[in-house]
Write a protein that binds this ligand. Sequence first.
Ligand code: NI
Length: 175
Amino acid sequence: MAIRNILRDEDPSLKKKSRAVTEFDKRLHQLLDDMRETLIEANGLGLAAPQVGVLRRAALIVDLNIETDLLDEQIIELVNPEITASSGTQSGSEGCLSVPGIYGIVTRPDLVKVKAQDRHGKPIEIWCKDITARAACHEIDHLNGVLFTTHVERFLTEEELALLNNEDDEEDIAE
Ligand code: NI
């Protein structure tokens, strides 16, 4: 495994639509393993392949509802993910590993059903709620070349950011 470089907002790859994954081979597994290591190192809540420069529909989300102390065990791999149902709304602060230091209020569904494939191509379907639903929407947006900043209703001020950092000592809310 290797830590990959996370592209920043000015990088044109982040604005491009990713193509479907069609080969569930060693190369995909290497990509997912590297993304996993990169996400853990960055202490984020999600990471999409285009953020490491690979324009393929693969993403990781962290499900904080999975009870374990190990971030590694909370990571869900989503290949070719699609939201097939959603309900409710939540409004809260959101950030992105590709847009460091910027947070804003974004409204997302409260609950989403995600259809995807695992790393072997096997179909999976999961329900994501709360912050995990937010992460799923955020990562799928990345696969469509959309950054969270396009959805921001209001950017957080420096004072609000300082408060947020105090509250979230252990968790970064960036995706
Ligand atoms: Ni992001």
